[in-house]
Design a protein around this ligand. Structure first.
Ligand code: IUR
Length: 464
């Protein structure tokens, strides 16, 4: 490569600065130009500063659907394509989320779908910004390995019907590079970059149907439902261009999903849900997303039947036994996997990381819980060690928050409303103030909270 970042390989018709200039000035990039840029990212010939500049140019000037499709294809082709037996083809489904607070849906939905006869080769992510990552949550389980080769993934699907793994040098490596640089260059909230990042991983999985949970609200990437809808439409349209049936669910992310936030606590809550319990908002979202997938994939005659089928797997133990099989197949000692999946919450005590200190905060007045703001909760939790300040940093799986009240509930003054699990001597005044400020109380009677799922954007020709 020369001083300007030019590369003389046949993949590079234009120099990298010229490509950046073109996008910076609002022009379309040609297919070969997008491919050459991604090729340089994969090979390490494009400098990090150039990648950051290109990401910012895309963030500011956007990409049309054709450019986004080529970016998605180029990212997907930067690594290996997963190969499955022909008989699995109609059964391959997956779910992905744009990231939320307390969102442990994937941990439960992957085994629930496997219990419905699907094959779920989920390539998932780590926490981005204040949001929690599925891989980080699973790593709270001693022994669980998210690093699995394509050959191992096939064995996992044979044994358990599902797996949850990380992007790697073999799987969509170019997305790994872009994802890390987006996180530190304020370029996460870009429709084409999110679309290409999510769909490249799903194209590699050779899926039949995908459902994407597009969050909106204060603690989501996009605060407004309108912007989230635009992303949903881009995902559905680019998916169709790739031959992938994609539906997108718009779900609110103002209050945390479920009652627990923090890696170890979220695994515990996921287990309760897999045992047929857990918080109603979490169960509702899981069954709605899973039901939509089964219906769109032709495995349920109607959406309502799909919802019921997924719900049955949570009640009859079949999703839990798939979860246990997945844990064992991904490195958890069989005795631990069994103890986690066959005991009560009390019997599981000590098996998952537990923080040394628990501290409860109380309501300062009476009222009805209007909102429990997820964003300040996530920021405090990040400070307590649940999130990373730098890519690759270790995090604490034992810190977390338990909500002791729920939206719509009447509370009197002095009611314990949140239990903080932490490692220090005590919360700082600033942290306690931030947490107290997250609880919004109003006058008026108790009410039934609105469900998280607000809208389903369907692919061009839905079944049924
Ligand atoms: N999940 C991804 O895989 N990519 C993204 O850009 C986001 C969530 I945001």
């Amino acid at each position: 490569m020369d001083q300007t970042g030019s590369d003389s390989s046949p993949h590079t018709p234009t120099s990298v600065p010229e490509l950046i200039r073109k996008k910076r000035d609002g022009d379309r990039l040609e297919d070969a130009e997008i491919r050459s840029f991604v090729h340089g990212v994969t090979e390490g010939t494009v400098q990090e500063a150039q990648i950051g500049a290109m990401l910012m140019a895309i963030r500011l000037k956007g990409m049309d659907l054709a450019e986004t499709e080529i970016l998605t294809r180029a990212l997907a082709e930067s690594g290996q394509q997963l190969q499955w037996p022909e008989a699995w083809r109609p059964l391959l489904v997956d779910k992905h989320s744009t990231g939320g607070v307390g969102d442990k849906v994937s941990l439960i939905l992957a085994p629930a779908l496997a219990a419905c006869g699907c094959k779920v080769p989920m390539i998932s992510g780590r926490g981005l910004g204040h949001t929690g990552g599925t891989l980080d949550k699973l790593e709270a389980i001693p022994g669980f390995s998210v690093v699995q080769s394509p050959e191992q993934m096939r064995e996992l699907l044979e044994r358990a019907g599902c797996c949850i793994v990380g992007q790697s040098k073999e799987l969509v490596p170019a997305d790994g590079v872009l994802y890390a640089i987006r996180d530190v260059t304020a370029t996460v909230d870009s429709l084409p970059l999110i679309t290409a990042s999510i769909l490249s991983k799903k194209a590699v999985e050779q899926l039949s149907t995908l459902v994407v949970d597009v969050k909106f609200g204060e603690a989501a990437i996009f605060p407004s439902q309108e912007k989230a809808r635009e992303l949903a439409q881009a995902l559905v349209s680019v998916g169709a261009r790739l031959g992938l049936r994609v539906a997108a669910a718009l779900t609110s992310m103002d209050s945390p999903l479920g009652c627990c936030v923090g890696h170890g606590l979220e695994v515990e809550e996921a287990l309760r849900c897999l045992e047929g319990g857990g918080p109603p908002d979490l169960r509702d979202l899981i069954t709605q997303l899973g039901g939509s997938l089964l219906w769109l994939n032709g495995q349920a005659p109607t959406l309502a039947r799909g919802v019921a089928q997924v719900g049955e797997t949570l009640v009859n133990g079949s999703a839990l036994s798939r979860f246990q099989a997945m844990l064992e197949a991904q490195g958890v000692a069989p005795s631990l996997a069994q103890a986690l999946c066959s005991g009560s919450p009390a019997q599981r005590q000590g098996l998952l990381p537990t923080a040394p200190t628990k501290e409860e905060l109380r309501t300062v007045s009476e009222g009805t819980v209007e909102q429990i703001r997820a964003l300040p909760l996530a920021h405090v939790l990040h400070e307590l060690g649940a999130g990373r300040k730098r890519a690759g940093e270790a995090l604490h799986h034992d810190v977390g928050l338990e909500l002791l009240v729920s939206v719509g509930q009447r509370v009197s003054a002095g009611t314990p409303w949140i239990r903080v699990h932490h490692r220090g001597a005590g919360l700082s005044r600033g942290q306690a103030r931030a947490l107290q400020g997250a609880l919004r109380l109003a006058g008026g009677a108790a009410f039934e909270p609105e469900r998280a799922l607000r809208e389903l954007v369907l692919p061009p020709a839905p079944r049924g």
